[in-house]
Ligand binder design. Structure first.
Ligand code: NAG
Ligand code: NAG
Length: 284
């Protein structure tokens, strides 16, 4: 939870960002929607932890998967996460460079997306910030608003899907840090915290891309350490994206019904990022 009041933060942001805000087109951000539903790993994965044929066939997926090695950087006491921020680094199979993401998120209460967008606007996020994308992450039992910005950093010296070391992770995130992130709490806050950032993960995820209802449907498999650190739990998530609220809302129910009728649906609601932050306990 934020340690500063919204009012105090809005004042601070206004003081720092007023000239740009006045020059840009100004209003709350317009989000896209991403629906996330979980599948039962004991049913949809085979003994090698790959999707079974009925799932692959239902969504017209190729048998090949794309590996994405994901890690988050935060301080040992999760100072960034406590302010709504996360810094993610991914190495995506066969793509050059590391993928860097700075993401801010806000809980949406009682499905009231408009209020969340207005709160974000008071916190300094507006529709003129073309480098940022706003998205409503819509899980089974909750919704979050996220605003994110992506960069690519050189992966020279690394091979395969290896993620960068702690030292390199800190450096590339500090070097690319956007001002909205760096100055969120006070000037230079973000990069100062990153100087003592540690790695949460990595998690070597596998993504299958198919289609459903005329849109791309992804199924991601995340082998995530359990909270006791004694083993791996497989999180399997189906997701689709759309700009259309009605399609998101109706499609969410339709997809859940389909998964339920197949016996694949899992009655669970997890943000993958939150689970990794909660279950990994880096100490240095
Ligand atoms: C990545 O490249 C290797 C070697 O060319 C290939 O075998 C593999 O299928 C590719 N993976 C993806 C996800 O495209
Ligand atoms: C949004 O989705 C609904 C439900 O699928 C559809 O009826 C409507 O035409 C879509 N609107 C736009 C603007 O695409």
């Amino acid at each position: 939870m934020p340690s500063m009041s919204h009012a105090a933060k809005a004042l601070l942001v206004a003081a720092m960002a007023l000239p740009t805000a006045m020059a840009s087109s100004d209003g709350p951000m317009v989000p896209s929607y991403e629906i996330h539903l979980q599948l039962d790993p004991t049913v949809v994965l085979d003994s090698s932890y790959r999707l079974t044929s009925p799932v692959i066939e239902e969504f017209a997926m190729p048998t090949t998967v794309t590996k994405k090695n994901v890690q988050y950087i935060d301080t040992v006491d999760e100072a960034l996460y406590a302010q709504g921020w996360s810094c993610r680094i991914r190495n995506i199979e066969n793509e050059s460079g590391f993928d860097l993401t700075y993401k801010w998120r806000l809980e949406i209460e009682n499905g009231d997306i408009t209020t969340a967008l207005n709160t974000a606007y008071e916190d300094g996020w507006n529709s003129g910030q073309g480098n940022y994308e706003a998205q409503v992450d819509w899980y089974l039992t909750f919704q979050e608003l996220s605003v994110q910005r992506d960069y690519t950093a050189s992966s020279s010296g690394y091979s395969g899907t290896d993620d960068p070391t702690e030292a390199d992770s800190r450096t590339m995130l500090i070097d690319n840090a956007p001002k909205m992130f760096d100055n969120w709490v006070s000037s230079g806050w973000g990069t100062t915290e990153l100087e003592s950032g540690v790695i949460y993960g990595p998690v070597l995820t596998k993504v299958s891309v198919g289609t459903w209802n005329g849109v791309e449907l992804d199924i991601e498999i995340w082998p995530i350490e359990n909270s006791a650190g004694t083993g791996i739990d497989y999180l399997v998530e189906a997701s689709f994206k759309t700009d259309n609220y009605t399609f998101a809302d109706v499609g969410r129910t339709q997809l859940q019904d389909l998964l339920t009728s197949k016996g694949w649906f899992l009655d669970a609601s997890n943000s993958k990022e939150a689970l990794v932050l909660a279950n990994y306990h880096p100490t240095s």
